[in-house]
Design a protein around this ligand. Structure first.
Ligand SMILES: [Zn+2]
Ligand SMILES: [Zn+2]
Length: 316
């Protein structure tokens, strides 16, 4: 064999394996991707409680069906809008938490709609908190007001006010039960966070139990729809935790870099994800959109996360 041919084969194999390591050349079974964000539970009341008192469905029904990251972090500002912005744009940034400014970078949703030439309805943001409608747009001049996902945030879907999770779930049922559900979706449920801020411990725990039921229901809705059954990856995560017990106001608030605020969780389920796997490696929220972009074979040049290889490798 000539040297030139040897070099060519070497280069080909090198690029191939590089691509495979990044997940780019792998053909995934998943065609639909959903990020479910349970707003603001603290790890100590969810998976950190080994008995899983308040999240029996997530722990004992869903976790064995997927891969769980036990050291999953919000490494940016631990507030609602910054947390969700990290999940949609793949970047941490300082951003108003009252909804008065747009994310600096375009979101994965916008890249998807642009690169696949899909209508707005094929990428959706459905949130109990109205202010999360900022996720559907960006300040970036090249992208502003373009390729915007459909957004239904707040009680009337117009970006104002806070709605109940029960009403948001009604909307979710109709979207996930439809014949043509969106290929990319983010859902926000607010009950846990709101009860925490009200300093109502029992209501806070009740809402953790309620979102635990909603998470299972969402998985069942996906698996009961022939369009999405065994073709959907569901990422169940949080935007932030809450202050650790004994630190500042404890569960009532959040927003700094304490363990309670940063330590959140990720459970991923889907046809490409190994079952009953617990990953102790550190991972963080910006890795979610980056990983989805790779699984969808999208260019996501402004996304700063890493591909979650551990999600796909069965640990022995
Ligand atoms: Zn909050
Ligand atoms: Zn804190």
């Amino acid at each position: 064999m000539y040297l030139r041919e040897k070099i060519f084969i070497f280069c080909f194999l090198w690029f191939y394996f590089q691509g495979t390591a990044q997940g780019k050349l792998v053909q995934y079974k998943s065609e639909y991707f959903i990020i479910l964000v349970i707003d603001g539970p603290r790890y100590t009341e969810t998976y950190g409680d080994t008995a899983c008192t308040y999240i029996p469905n997530l722990c004992h029904v869903l976790r064995p069906e997927g891969t769980f990251f036990s050291d999953f972090l919000n490494q940016g500002q631990t507030y609602t809008i910054p947390g969700h912005t990290a999940l949609t744009t793949g970047c941490y940034q300082r951003i108003s938490n009252v909804g008065t400014s747009l994310p600096k970078r375009p979101s994965l949703f916008q890249y998807y709609l642009q690169q696949r030439s899909k209508p707005s309805s094929d990428a959706q943001i459905i949130a109990s908190k109205g202010k999360l409608s900022v996720l559907s747009n960006t300040k970036d001049k090249k992208w502003k007001d373009q390729y915007q996902p459909y957004s239904f945030c707040g009680p009337n879907g117009n970006g104002l006010g806070y709605g109940s999770d029960a009403a948001t779930m009604e909307k979710i049922r109709s979207v996930l039960g439809s014949e043509a559900p969106p290929h990319l979706m983010l859902i926000n449920l607010l009950g846990v966070d709101v009860a925490g801020h009200l300093n109502q411990w029992n209501k806070y725990l009740e809402n953790i139990q309620l979102t635990d039921q909603y998470a299972l229901e969402i998985w069942n809705l996906i698996q009961n729809n022939p369009a999405t059954k065994n073709k959907t990856t569901l990422f169940i995560t949080n935007d932030h935790g809450r202050h650790s017990h004994g630190h500042k106001s404890g569960f009532i608030n959040h927003g700094d870099g304490c363990e309670g605020c940063r330590h959140i969780s990720l459970l991923a389920l889907g046809p490409d994800i190994p079952k009953n796997q617990v990953i102790p490696t550190k991972a963080e929220m910006i890795d979610i959109p980056y990983t989805i972009a790779q699984m969808m074979h999208l260019d996501f040049p402004t996304g700063k996360g890493r591909f979650l290889n551990e999600l796909f490798e069965v640990k022995r």
